[in-house]
Write a protein that binds this ligand. Structure first.
Ligand SMILES: Cc1cc2nc3c(=O)[nH]c(=O)nc-3n(C[C@H](O)[C@H](O)[C@H](O)COP(=O)(O)OP(=O)(O)OC[C@H]3O[C@@H](n4cnc5c(N)ncnc54)[C@H](O)[C@@H]3O)c2cc1C
Length: 598
């Protein structure tokens, strides 16, 4: 579709203002220089750039991926035109404080703008997203010297950044990182090792690339407690100029999606001269890196929502314009065909897409909003409460868009019928892009283990209790607004069931049966995703129901919201009970299954 809007402005504005009231953030001292107008200005510029510049280049970038020649990666020429425009918008440091060159925008506003940019062209925006996270690591843990030399140039877009964690034997299992770091009397370390899948690990867009590398200082204890974080530039400043730092690109991954964004194999220290500077404390590298990983998980959630959203808009337009068949009640072949949106089954698919996409928008923006409150709310208790929710919801914000988003992207292919299965149409490309989101930044399996094994039971379930309180107030608001009372009742029941199951599983874990506790952790994660998105649909339903009575002109929008809320709560939420039963009863088919029985 030539004029794909990428996302519905009306929906994004609804979430920002009607649901989250982001304007009230301007009352907090940290955001006092902002106003609803400055938020709008930033968002408007992002929308325009996404629609007029990024999206029109998407297909060309997908069709001609980055190339590796003579040890250097060349990106698609369109990206060289786009990159400076994204930098000029200020996306890299949008939420960072003014004193480090940022715009001090709330994360929630920056994330809303990112959704458009990502939906326009995911590869183009990814260079900046990683640079933001890597720069923030230096801002939080780097020495003054590192911040001055690297962070400032990263935030300005002159240099880019990467996260270099993964090694061939250490993917999900980061404790097995082997890259070595030998201290030198000069203060830096000499690194040697290999990193794989490093996104943005080489490109010809920026004058330098700053890798944030996990490595093990000689003599460090095994496992995660022996990992340190290093700043390893591609080119290091020396006597007033930049010289190669013995970081070689030894391979380019041939990816099925995100094809404009090169992921490479890096070889560090082949010539014994790869210098790295310690970031933060020795052996605390993974703990420091968790700052970037948590941010990146929310960013991946935004990728997932954006990729599902652009495909939803495409299938919506297709369904409105593709004539095929006639209504069930009228098979008269002399009558003209109807557009496929007239068929209930096509509306089923579209409504599922809408429920996933708009539920996802509400989810990632809610989580970004909690990040703003956790950092800047005035009362310490308000900050602590937001932090609890943020910690609990991060794996959900990463996994719901990835998993449900993939299903939504598959529906976009389905709605296009045979044309969807052809590369002449874009839904197949977005399906390929979407698949990565359940793999990188910790696979869905790892998110499930993290949620159930750590976050849901941390501090005796404090995060979960906070979520239940939120559900309780959304239910009260929905009842007061006149929403069908069956919906709040169902969401509250589901919240209580998840809490009860969590307690039972935690007991199992405490009794020493960790395997039994975590056997169904992916099912638990799915149940948590369904609960959280149902809560957010209930909140949206309450606002929409109140809007119906107040605002006749917005009736179609609010009716659409209520149908999508009904869809999610009445057709997706019931699956939670089945998933929790699996967790509680410990259904053990794959627990018992042995490798040799396959
Ligand atoms: C396109 C792309 C870009 C990437 N970009 C980066 C990057 O910029 N920087 C970076 O450092 N890394 C990057 N990665 C690496 C990515 O984070 C890893 O691929 C991911 O963490 C999984 O590791 P792995 O590929 O080794 O798979 P494995 O860890 O081998 O996992 C294989 C399967 O086993 C499951 N599994 C593994 N361990 C467990 C366990 N303990 N319990 C249950 N299930 C388990 C996984 O869920 C998965 O389904 C990228 C990967 C890709 C594909």
């Amino acid at each position: 579709m030539a004029g794909n809007p990428l996302l519905s402005d009306r929906d994004v504005d609804f979430v920002l203002h009607d649901l989250l009231d982001v304007g009230s953030l301007c009352r907090l001292p940290h955001f006092r220089d902002h106003s609803r107008e400055t938020f709008e200005l930033y968002l408007r510029s992002a929308r325009r750039l996404a629609r007029e510049v990024l999206y029109p280049s998407y297909r060309a970038v997908d069709e001609a991926p980055a190339r590796l020649q003579g040890g250097a990666v060349t990106v698609h020429p369109a990206l060289r035109e786009i990159y400076p425009q994204l930098v000029a918008l200020g996306t890299i440091a949008a939420p960072r404080p003014a004193e480090v060159g940022g715009q001090q925008l709330p994360h929630v506003v920056a994330a809303a703008a990112d959704l458009y940019l990502m939906a326009g062209n995911l590869s183009a925006t990814s260079f900046l997203g990683l640079t933001a996270g890597a720069g923030h690591l230096l801002e939080s843990f780097g020495t003054e010297e590192l911040r001055r030399t690297y962070m400032a140039r990263m935030y300005s877009g002159e240099w880019s950044g990467t996260m270099a964690l993964t090694e061939p034997q250490a993917g999900s299992s980061l404790g097995d990182v082997r890259t070595r770091a030998r201290p030198t009397p000069a203060g830096h370390h000499l690194l040697d090792g290999a990193k794989i899948f490093i996104s943005g690990g080489d490109q010809d867009l920026t004058g330098n690339i700053v890798h944030l590398v996990l490595a093990r200082i000689e003599g460090a204890p095994p496992g995660v407690k022996g990992i340190s974080l290093f700043c390893v530039p591609k080119l290091r400043p020396e006597a007033g100029r930049l010289v190669p730092n013995d970081v070689k690109v030894s391979g380019l991954i041939h990816k099925i999606g995100w094809r404009g964004f090169p992921s490479v194999v890096l070889s560090l220290g082949e010539e014994g001269d790869c210098r790295g500077w310690l970031v933060g404390q020795a052996h605390q590298g993974l703990a420091h890196m968790f700052q970037m990983m948590n941010e990146a998980r929310i960013m991946v959630g935004c990728h997932g929502v954006a990729t599902a959203a652009v495909a939803y808009q495409e299938s919506l337009e297709y369904a409105r314009t593709r004539p095929q068949g006639r209504p069930l009640a009228s098979r008269d072949a002399t009558r003209p065909q109807v557009p496929i949106v007239a068929h209930a089954d096509v509306r089923r698919m579209l409504l599922r897409q809408k429920a996933i996409v708009e539920g996802g928008v509400a989810l990632v923006l809610t989580v970004a909003h909690q990040a703003d409150l956790a950092g800047h709310a005035e009362a310490p208790e308000a900050r602590a409460r937001a932090q609890r929710l943020l910690d609990l919801l991060t794996p959900v914000a990463k996994s719901f868009p990835a998993e449900w988003g993939f299903e939504s992207n598959a529906l976009a292919v389905q709605i296009h019928g045979g044309y969807g299965y052809s590369s002449e149409y874009l839904p197949e490309a977005w399906l390929r892009d979407q698949k990565l989101n359940s793999i990188h930044e910790g696979t869905t399996g790892i998110q499930g283990l993290d949620l159930l094994g750590r976050r849901a039971v941390a501090d005796q379930g404090a995060g979960l209790r906070t979520l239940l309180e939120e559900i309780g107030s959304a239910a009260a608001q929905a009842r007061q607004a006149g929403v069908d009372p069956a919906w709040p009742a169902a969401v509250e029941r589901a919240g209580a069931a998840l809490a009860e199951t969590t307690m039972a599983l935690a007991k199992k874990g405490l009794s020493g049966d960790a395997e039994g506790m975590l056997l169904h952790s992916t099912d638990y994660l799915r149940a948590a995703c369904i609960l959280v998105v149902s809560w957010l649909w209930l909140k949206q339903a309450a606002v929409a129901q109140a809007g119906l009575a107040r605002d006749a002109a917005s009736r179609p929008f609010h009716e659409g919201k209520l149908c999508a809320a009904q869809y999610f709560i009445c057709t997706e939420l019931p699956d939670l009970e089945r998933l929790l039963r699996l967790c509680r009863d410990g259904e053990d088919s794959y627990g018992r299954m042995r490798e040799e029985w396959f």
